[in-house]
Design a protein around this ligand. Structure first.
Ligand SMILES: [Mn+2]
Length: 318
């Protein structure tokens, strides 16, 4: 029996199912887990919860996003499914639902996945977890309708930067072609998740753009935002999206570093690279992870010390 056969058997057996994803969820995390949630309901599973404590408002338009829970009173689910989450630790405070479940499944696309579930379906070659999910749903013979397709498209669009990252394959376009045939509106979805910004996000980005500093003859770009900045513009979690890309997209920049303060968690460092540097390796040195060209980690300390530490490390990779 293949892993997917076993996962389907667990789904069929389960009276109650909880779907979880990583902390600070992005479009792939929300889109893929909501796609699974909707697919399981359509398949006839009535007792399914999707728990995402801090879901960015950008994704509120997705079908049944209003049913996403922040927490649950259920202690022991029959089955817990973690989506787009490479380590147990990244499930963060809601790992208890995973730990207490009778059976556990991971569906992911991170090469750094630690295979922490009973059944792990992981494909590091997929540029978005949504693509791994499409393979699974097709294998399960679960229907992908327009609503589910919209969730999956959001996931693919966000994790591929709008089809422009290197991980994009011919299969990505084949999957998206199938979604179009289901009636999914690509331009509308694209505009909603990648183009439209809140006023707060714009102000935060303008500030961070003004602060960009260059190091190593323009090969490193650095900027940051503080909690005070968030307060000043009434910005919320998610409003920083895209800031790290501003530095990366400047000619000559190899690595873009963006540091933001996260309430109660210290500093979150995001790294993006263009051609030469594998930022995943750098993030691993600090206990984080991600992908070759997009990675991150948390660190304690003040902005100046952390900035210097990271720039020194990035220099060694240039
Ligand atoms: Mn992902």
């Amino acid at each position: 029996m293949s892993t997917l056969d076993k996962i389907l058997e667990e789904i069929n057996k389960a009276e109650s199912i909880v779907i979880l994803t990583h902390e600070h969820p992005d479009g792939d995390a929300v889109g893929t887990s909501l796609a699974l949630y909707n697919a399981l309901k359509l398949y006839g599973k009535n007792n399914v919860d999707l728990i995402i404590p801090e879901c960015p408002k950008t994704f509120n338009f997705l079908p049944n996003a209003n049913e996403i829970k922040k927490e649950s009173s259920v202690e022991n689910y029959d089955l817990a499914i973690a989506i787009d989450c490479s380590t147990y630790k990244m499930l963060n405070g809601w790992g208890k639902y995973f730990e207490n479940a009778n059976s556990t499944v991971v569906i992911d696309h991170h090469g750094t996945n630690t295979m922490y579930a009973d059944y792990n379906f992981v494909n590091p070659d997929a540029p978005a977890c949504a693509e791994v999910m499409i393979v699974a749903l097709n294998y399960f013979n679960m229907e992908i309708n327009k609503d589910i397709g919209t969730c999956l498209l959001v996931a693919i669009i966000t994790d591929t930067g709008g089809f422009k990252y290197q991980g994009v394959t011919a299969e990505t376009f084949q999957f998206v072609a199938d979604l179009l045939n289901k009636g999914v509106n690509v331009s509308d979805t694209y505009r909603k998740v990648l183009q439209v910004k809140t006023k707060s996000a714009f102000e935060l980005s303008r500030l961070a753009t003004n602060r960009i500093e260059f190091f190593e003859s323009g090969k490193i770009a650095y900027t940051y935002v503080t909690l005070e900045d968030y307060d000043k513009f009434n910005a919320i979690y998610g409003d920083h999206e895209g800031i790290v890309d501003v530095g990366r997209d400047i000619e000559g920049v190899e690595v873009s570093i963006f540091i933001r303060e996260v309430k109660g968690k210290g500093l979150k460092v995001s790294l993006r690279s263009n051609d030469k540097v594998n930022v995943d390796e750098i993030a691993l040195l600090f206990g984080g992870g991600g992908h070759l060209k997009a990675a991150g980690f948390y660190i304690n300390g003040d902005f100046d010390t952390v900035k210097e530490k990271i720039i020194n490390e990035v220099k060694r990779y240039l």
